[in-house]
Write a protein that binds this ligand. Sequence first.
Ligand code: 5GP
Length: 184
Amino acid sequence: MIIITAPSGAGKTTIVKHLKSNFPELEFSVSATTRPKRVGEKHGRDYYFLTRDKFIELIGEKAFLEWQEVYPGQFYGTLHSEVERITDRGKSILFDIDVQGAMNLKKEFQGKSMAIFIKPPSLQILMDRLRNRGSESNEQLRKRIIKLKEELSYESAFDRVLVNDDLSNALFEAENIVDEFLNS
Ligand code: 5GP
């Protein structure tokens, strides 16, 4: 299992997409979420888009391997059925997941996973990106920054840390790490 995680804004999505298209032996774990679908996203490919009620029902049925309220009121989780679907096909799993979820998966799959933490070039750059987006109130921004600092403090818990300062370098490095792991 390959687990990719990062504080939000560190540029993880591009790296995940790159790995998806370069390693046919990897299959992306499609998470369930209650957040609204964005333009271009497809149910079953990007996420399983669920209502909050359905998500809560599934929590009750213990259908999730892990789940988190990543943003206030927005739930994300990995379904047991998704992991089974991929392993049944004899493939390795690629997870794109928040830092807390990644810590939980790492515990679950000890010795069987490679967990990569994508780090932004600096906390200052990330904070500037968040501020410049201008999409959040001061209070929300303050909460995001506290979360960001907390997430960055977990760096040492992961197998590899990849600094995303130069994108082509980061893609190359990610590819090497995954290649080495899959062939070990
Ligand atoms: P986005 O809404 O931008 O697609 O994702 C927001 C955050 O939720 C990202 O950090 C993403 O990695 C994380 N995420 C996506 N799926 C899961 C999941 O199944 N579990 C957890 N814990 N986080 C997830």
